[in-house]
Ligand binder design. Structure first.
Ligand code: SF4
Ligand code: SF4
Length: 261
C-alpha cells in the first residue's frame, strides 16, 4: 500500500466527477449543481466548536485519534428545485425526495473520498449526514455547518444556514483523515449574508412559516416542531422516511440561495 500526496484539488476533481456521473444514472434524479469542497488542518481552531456549537461537540480527534485534516463538502441544489419549494407554507414532494437522495449521495461521496484516501495508505472517519444530534438540545454533536464555517467553506446567514459561494440551498457532508492536506478555504470574506454585511434583506425571516427565524437567531424547538409536523401531516411527504424532517423555506428563492448574498 503506497503513501501518496493528496491535495484539495485532487479531492475536488474526485467529487465533481463522482456527482456528475451519479446524475447520469437512470435511477437517479439530477437535483445538484457542482459540489464545493474545503479542507482544514485539524488544529486548535476546532476547539471553538464547543463554544459556537453544542457544548458537547466532538473534535476531529474524537472521530480519528490521529486526525490531521478535516474535509467538508457542499452539494448545492439546482435553482429550479428551490423555486418549486418556495411556493406555499409546506415543502413540495421533490424537496423531500431531494433530501433523501442527497443524504444517500453524501454518504456515497464520503465513502468515495475515504476509499481514495485508504487506497493511498491513509485512514478516514465520518459521521452520518444528519441525525447525529442531541435530541434534547437539538444541536448536532458533529455539526457539518460549524465545521464548514471553521474550514472556510462558507459563512452563517441570519437563517443559521451556511452560505457558500454556491449559496445556502444544499446539504453538507464532512469527514476527517490522518492525511496531511493544506488549508483550502473557498471563502475569505468576513460575512456573506447581506444583512450581516449591513445591507437590507431579512427575506429569510419573513419566509419562515412559524416565525422560527429572527434577526438574532433561530428558535430551534419551533423549527424542529414544524419539521416533525410536516413529516406527519403534509400529504406531499407521504411515505417518506422517518428521518425526512424537511421544510427548507428559509433557504430557497432568497438572494443567498444559489450564490452569496
Ligand atoms: S435571506 Fe438575506 S438576511 Fe437572510 S441569510 Fe440570506 S442574505 Fe442573509
Ligand atoms: S426550516 Fe422551515 S421552520 Fe425551520 S427555520 Fe427554516 S423556514 Fe422556519
Amino acid at each position: 500500500m503506497s503513501i501518496d500526496v493528496v491535495t484539495p484539488d485532487h479531492l475536488r476533481e474526485l467529487i465533481s466527477t463522482f456527482v456528475a456521473d451519479h446524475q447520469t444514472r437512470s435511477d437517479v434524479r439530477d437535483w445538484w449543481r457542482e459540489p464545493l469542497l474545503a479542507t482544514a488542518r485539524a488544529d486548535d481552531r476546532f476547539n471553538i466548536l464547543s463554544e459556537i456549537a453544542a457544548d458537547d461537540h466532538l473534535i476531529p480527534s474524537d472521530l480519528l485519534s490521529d486526525a490531521e485534516t478535516v474535509i467538508v463538502f457542499f452539494l448545492p441544489f439546482k435553482a429550479s428545485l428551490g423555486k418549486e419549494n418556495a411556493t406555499g407554507k409546506f415543502p413540495c414532494r421533490n424537496w423531500g425526495l431531494a433530501y433523501e437522495d442527497t443524504n444517500r449521495l453524501i454518504g456515497l461521496i464520503a465513502q468515495k473520498i475515504a476509499d481514495y484516501l485508504t487506497d493511498r495508505g491513509f485512514k478516514a472517519a465520518q459521521t452520518p449526514a444528519t441525525h447525529n444530534f442531541n435530541p434534547e438540545k437539538l444541536m448536532a454533536r458533529w455539526s457539518h455547518k460549524h465545521l464548514a464555517y471553521v474550514s472556510g467553506l462558507g459563512r452563517f446567514g441570519i437563517n443559521a444556514q451556511m452560505i457558500t459561494p454556491a449559496g445556502c440551498a444544499g446539504r453538507l457532508g464532512s469527514l476527517v483523515t490522518n492525511a496531511v492536506i493544506d488549508d483550502s478555504p473557498v471563502v475569505s470574506e468576513e460575512e456573506l449574508c447581506l444583512y450581516k454585511k449591513g445591507e437590507e434583506c431579512l427575506k429569510c425571516v419573513s419566509r419562515c412559516p412559524v416565525k422560527a427565524v429572527g434577526e438574532n437567531g433561530i428558535n430551534r424547538q419551533r423549527c424542529w416542531d414544524r419539521l416533525n409536523f410536516n413529516l406527519k401531516h403534509v400529504q406531499a411527504l407521504a411515505g417518506m422516511k422517518d428521518s425526512t424532517n424537511v421544510c427548507g423555506k428559509c433557504v430557497v428563492d432568497l438572494p443567498c440561495s444559489i450564490k452569496t448574498g
